[in-house]
Ligand binder design. Structure first.
Ligand code: PLP
Length: 498
């Protein structure tokens, strides 16, 4: 395989390791007595046998190396990322400015309560905002992601069932449109899952819940709107059926972007839900960096929330550690506090009316994409959707042999990040698009034109799409090898031919 960084370039500067020249360096530090060779008294076990293999380069070479790497990243600040269910909305820069204020960014996690009253006020207030937005009584900001929020809430259900009946029950119902984290969450909490097939309409039939719900079932995990972008309009009846047998209703809140300011899961019979601050509340998804998955719950579950809780007293804000029924801590300190500052800023910036507008635009944009693409792509559930729409490759696959994967690669050549592919798994070869409220009509039209161009090119010259991408640094990978034998760094011993 040729070196991805240099694909197509006849002349190129050497890569940073190739450029390494003994004695070249990027720093100018004064000589220090303690760091002079032979002066450091490290225990034998900590001393290296050989020098680390680091490139020896100048400052300019190091800067170019990292800036080039940064230019190889596609992100929301570079272009549209239509990943369905992931909600890749714009992360306003004011969020960053506020999160970088000394009083927030410079806090020590062990600072005494009296020094961090402002931070605790923000924490407490954000919990109240999220409770109000979702229609619940209490919130914990501790979980670090949606998946951890799910885990926390199911642990709370389990604790509650044990406290109430002395029996955590055995299973949880999960519709077939669910994200993979839902069954994983159940397994981590010791529950088996019972899959519930969606109807031809794309939603859950209350009759299926009535048939499956027994006193062995701890509850249901339902995503609303579901990952087909369709609102589960029988949610209230489903909740009644689950409650009638003593179970709890969990809402996977990853799709809250279609409800914000307009409807509240807490009013629909749901007992607990998570929010993904990095989806709905404009905090960065962060290239592996911190997310945040607060859990909102009804008052019956409040004693089981993670400890400690931030509480408001006459003397200010303080931590309550005295919570004997709590599921315990799920994250060090307060969770990812920097994300809380950003989400708080987003809510304050938009206000009630702004949140409603965001929801309306997100839903309008998804429907615009659906209607403009329906003559070119198969839309399995072609009715008004919420904030995302699912297409498939059915038309292209039959007529041209081009499949979902190839459509994704064709889009990359046309300058766009692909949508979510092959998910939800109940739709064969799904292509799931979520435009969010952030994108302009011009961007949506350009994206739609690119999708149409992929379709038309596939019909005219399928090989052109099967060969895509041709304009990227990396060509089509051997996907099996990439997963099983990933090569994630430059190997000096193998040179550029790895
Ligand atoms: C993103 C997502 C999750 C998991 O959330 P993370 O924050 O990535 O852990 C769960 N369910 C649905 C439907 C999602 O889209």
């Amino acid at each position: 395989m040729s070196n991805p960084v240099t694909r197509g370039l006849k002349f190129r500067e050497p890569l940073i390791f190739e450029m390494s020249t003994p004695g070249r360096y990027a720093h100018s530090l004064p000589a220090s007595a303690s760091s002079a060779p032979g002066k450091v008294n490290l225990p034998a076990g900590f001393v290296r046998d050989e020098a680390p293999l680091w490139p020896e380069v100048s400052e300019l070479e190091a800067v170019r190396h990292f800036v080039r790497l940064s230019q190889q990243n596609y992100g929301i600040d570079v272009g549209f990322v239509p990943l369905g269910s992931c909600t890749m909305k714009y992360n306003p820069k004011i969020n960053e400015e506020v999160a970088r204020m000394d009083g927030f960014a410079g806090l020590h996690p062990l600072a005494p309560e009296s020094w961090i009253q402002g931070a605790l006020e923000l924490y407490w207030t954000l919990e109240r905002y999220l409770a109000e937005i979702t229609g619940f009584d209490c919130v914990t900001l501790q979980p670090a992601a949606g998946a951890q929020g799910e885990f926390t809430a199911l642990a709370m259900f389990r604790s509650r069932l044990i406290a109430r009946d002395g029996n955590p029950r055995k299973t949880v119902l999960i519709p077939d449109t669910a994200h993979g984290t839902n069954p994983a969450t159940c397994a981590m909490n010791g529950y088996k899952t019972i899959p519930i097939a969606s109807t031809a309409n794309g939603t859950v039939d209350p009759a299926a819940i009535a048939a499956a719900m027994t006193e062995d079932v701890a509850g249901i995990m339902v995503t609303n709107p579901n990952t087909l972008g369709l609102f589960e309009s029988d949610i209230t009846q489903i909740a009644e059926l689950v409650h009638a047998k003593g179970g709890f209703v969990y809402c996977d809140g990853a799709n809250m972007n279609s409800l914000l300011g307009r409807a509240r899961p807490g009013d629909m019979g749901v007992d607990a839900m998570h929010l993904n601050l990095h989806k709905t509340f404009s905090t960065p998804h962060g290239g592996g960096g911190p997310g945040s998955g607060p859990v909102c719950a009804v008052s019956e579950l409040e004693p089981h929330l993670p400890t400690p809780r931030v509480v408001k007293t006459d003397d200010g804000y303080t931590f309550d550690h005295d919570r004997p029924e709590s599921v315990g801590r799920v994250k060090a300190f307060f969770g990812n506090f920097g994300m809380h500052v950003r989400a708080y800023t987003y809510i304050r910036e938009l206000g009630c009316e702004g949140l409603k507008d965001a929801t309306d635009m997100a839903v309008l944009n998804a429907n615009y994409v659906r209607v403009r693409l329906r003559d070119h792509y198969h839309v399995p559930f072609d009715r008004t959707c919420m904030h995302e729409v699912v297409l498939t490759d059915k038309h292209q696959r039959k007529a041209t042999g081009v499949q979902t994967r190839d459509i994704a690669k064709g889009l990359i050549d046309r300058g766009f990040h692909p949508p979510t592919m092959y998910f939800p798994i109940c739709v064969p070869n799904a292509i799931m698009i979520e435009p969010t409220e952030s994108e302009s009509l011009q961007t949506l039209d350009t994206f739609i034109d690119a999708m149409i161009d992929v379709d038309e090119t596939a019909r005219r010259d399928p090989q052109a799409i099967l060969d895509a991408p041709t304009k990227t640094i990396v060509g089509r990978l051997d996907e099996t090898r990439a997963i099983r034998k990933p090569i994630l760094r430059w190997h000096p011993e193998a040179g550029e031919d790895v």
